[in-house]
Design a protein around this ligand. Sequence first.
Ligand SMILES: Nc1ncnc2c1ncn2[C@@H]1O[C@H](COP(=O)(O)OP(=O)(O)OP(=O)(O)O)[C@@H](O)[C@H]1O
Ligand SMILES: [Mg+2]
Length: 159
Amino acid sequence: MVGIYDNEMKLEFVSKSSNEAFARITVAAFASQLDPTIEELADIKTAVSEAVTNSIIHGYENSEGIVKVECKLKDNCVEIQISDSGKGIEGIELAKKPLYTTKANLERSGMGFTIMESFMDELKVESIPDMGTKVTMRKYIMNDREEKNEVEDVEKVGK
Ligand SMILES: Nc1ncnc2c1ncn2[C@@H]1O[C@H](COP(=O)(O)OP(=O)(O)OP(=O)(O)O)[C@@H](O)[C@H]1O
Ligand SMILES: [Mg+2]
């Protein structure tokens, strides 16, 4: 895994809903290296949670499979790839539309992709029916929290 990135990690786990929290917390812990704000970290956790839940409930439905999560850091960017080898998506553009769901009976609202798109800076969805789905998301950590600026200002004044 040595390459152009500053740091990388991979996770693989069985498609049980109990692993959704595991994935979200682990990615957040890894991304913390970029010193994100609480809000940035919350956005990442929400997006990971949506993608992993999709792999579990839509990708594998009632069967068990493996969900893979890869996370890469480069400068101030965190890239997260979440993939499954499940049933895949027939029409990706339609699936990404707000309120579109194939599981309305399970009280799904069809907002997962919309949430990923709005909470992250980039979203790419690749899928082949009966082969699986891969979601790639990027977020640029701006790290411009107020208290940090204040500390820096104090340091500048002190110099
Ligand atoms: N990993 C996946 N494998 C197969 N189909 C998927 C996958 N991810 C999404 N889909 C399809 O895309 C649709 C839209 O996904 P989205 O996450 O936006 O909404 P939802 O999961 O149906 O509802 P919500 O996320 O609000 O609970 C799903 O209903 C499903 O048909
Ligand atoms: Mg969803």
